[in-house]
Structures are given as structure tokens and as C-alpha cells.
Write a protein that binds this ligand. Structure first.
Ligand code: ADP
Ligand code: ADP
Length: 230
């Protein structure tokens, strides 16, 4: 069952740069898809279109049956379905970990505070930072902050999680703890699209690996086949 269907997606940035040159991709329910490719090839831009963070000009993108309009008129519906984790954690520095995680459920989903907190605490436990619930992001390591960001996205109960180089800003010793959380998440059956250079993660966790280059999707394969090429 397809969750994301991208057809002939083309995008130009305002300065005229043709960043996506007709990309086709289908992501199926429960699948972990890893997007690889050189820096500047359009990976980040492409997955940002799935969350209506970037407009696109040609083709179509459907998320769970909703077509993202070129003018991004239906952003709210899409954002509820699609969570995103960035390279920079983008936490609110003046809010505690718990407040960061409950903010959207309370204000967007209109959950009662107690329910939002209960769900948030369960998520913080799942990503291994329950003890940090009442700290501020600045008091946490990068790996801990990224795990908060993952919990915050999950709190909205998205159908799809997008990861945009989630470990690239981390010191090496913190990469593993974030990848472990992502591995655990993959096992829950949530649909995941991950831009990452972590070959080990792609080999072990991905159902499919796609390669982008110069605004095109140039290869799509199982990790076994993808990494066996000479
Ligand atoms: P990747 O994620 O593969 O590194 P990106 O999607 O971030 O690639 O960027 C693809 C290309 O688009 C790069 O050459 C980048 O400089 C360019 N680009 C990104 N954002 C903008 C922007 N706002 N305006 C113009 N060009 C941009
Ligand atoms: P990423 O690490 O996600 O690939 P980049 O380093 O390419 O991101 O870009 C960081 C930010 O700068 C993004 O918001 C992107 O849109 C913007 N940006 C990148 N390249 C350009 C460009 N050539 N012109 C304008 N903005 C750009």
C-alpha cells in the first residue's frame, strides 16, 4: 500500500536553480527507505517537499491519498501526517524537554495537558531520556537533543517520519544512540524516509535504498544489491 507517491516532481528555487528534474518515487506503508547521494544532489529538498516545507512546480506528490498542491494550500493536513527530524535539532531552547514534546499535541491536536504529558513521558522513555524530561535542551548532549526531537515528532502520531541527516551534526559517540532509536522505530512498522550517509544503518535497516544525483533519482535497489555494486 503506497503512502507517498511522487510523480515527475520538478522544482526550481527562486534563483532559477533547477534542483529536482523529474523525480518519481513510491514509498510503501511500513517501509524504511534510505535516500543517499552526494551533497547538493537534492535529497533534502526532495524529502522536504513531502512535508510541504518546500513548494514544487511540476508533477504531483500524494501523501496518504492527499495531493500536496503546488501552492501548498493544504499544509495543515499534510503536516499532521508527516513528522520530520532535521540535522539541527530545532528544539525550543526556552522550553523544557517535556514542554517541547507536548507543545504540538496540546496546541495543534488540542489534547488535554495531562494526556499530552502522559504520552510524552512514554515517548521519552522509549527514546531513553525520561530522566531529562525537566531539563532544557541546552543542558543535553547533541544525541539527547536529537532523541527529544524524534520524540517530539512522534507525539503527533504521524503516519510517516522523515529524517534529514539526523546524525550529521553529532559527535561520533552520539551517532549510535540516535541510530539505535531509529532502528527501534523501524521495527514498530512506521513508514520512514531517511536521508543519511550512514552506510551501516542503510545496510541493516533499509528495505530500499535510492540514489540521487544532480536532481535525478538514478538508482533504486535493495540494500544488498545497492551495496554489492563494485
Ligand atoms: P542535498 O540534501 O542532497 O545535500 P539540497 O537539497 O540541500 O541537497 O540542495 C540541492 C541544491 O539546491 C544545492 O546545490 C543547494 O545549494 C541548492 N539550494 C538549496 N536551497 C536553496 C535555496 N533556498 N535557493 C537556491 N538554491 C538552493
Ligand atoms: P542541507 O545541509 O540540509 O543540505 P544546505 O547546507 O544545503 O542544507 O542549506 C542550508 C540552508 O541554506 C537551507 O535552508 C537552504 O534552503 C539554504 N540554501 C542552500 N543553498 C542555497 C543557495 N544557493 N541559495 C539560497 N539558499 C540556499
Amino acid at each position: 500500500e503506497p503512502v507517498i507517491v511522487a510523480r515527475d516532481v520538478e522544482k526550481w528555487y527562486d534563483n532559477g536553480f533547477h534542483v529536482l528534474k523529474g523525480v518519481n518515487m513510491t514509498v510503501y506503508k511500513g517501509e524504511v527507505l534510505v535516500v543517499m547521494g552526494p551533497s547538493g544532489s537534492g535529497k533534502s529538498t526532495f524529502i522536504r517537499t513531502f512535508n510541504a516545507l518546500e513548494p514544487y512546480q511540476k508533477g504531483s506528490i500524494e501523501v496518504d491519498g492527499i495531493t500536496i498542491s503546488h501552492d501548498l494550500k493544504n499544509i495543515e493536513a499534510i503536516r499532521r501526517e508527516v513528522g520530520m527530524v532535521f540535522q539541527q535539532f530545532n528544539l525550543f531552547p526556552h522550553l523544557t524537554v517535556l514542554q517541547n514534546v507536548t507543545l504540538a499535541p496540546i496546541w495543534v491536536r488540542r489534547w488535554p495537558k495531562a494526556k499530552a504529558q502522559e504520552v510524552a513521558m512514554q515517548l521519552l522513555e522509549r527514546v531513553g531520556i525520561l530522566e531529562q524530561a525537566h531539563k532544557f535542551p541546552g543542558q543535553l548532549s547533541g544525541g539527547q537533543q536529537q532523541r527529544v526531537a524524534i520524540a517530539r515528532s512522534l507525539a503527533m502520531q504521524p503516519k510517516v517520519m522523515l529524517f534529514d541527516e539526523p546524525t550529521s551534526a553529532l559527535d561520533p559517540e552520539m551517532v549510535r544512540e540516535v541510530l539505535d532509536v531509529m532502528r527501534g522505530l523501524a521495527k514498530t512498522g512506521i513508514t520512514m524516509v531517511c536521508v543519511t550517509h550512514e552506510v551501516g544503518f542503510a545496510r541493516e535497516v533499509a528495505d530500499r535504498v535510492v540514489l540521487m544525483d544532480g536532481g535525478y533519482l538514478i538508482e533504486e535497489n535493495t540494500p544488498q544489491e545497492f551495496f554489492s555494486n563494485p
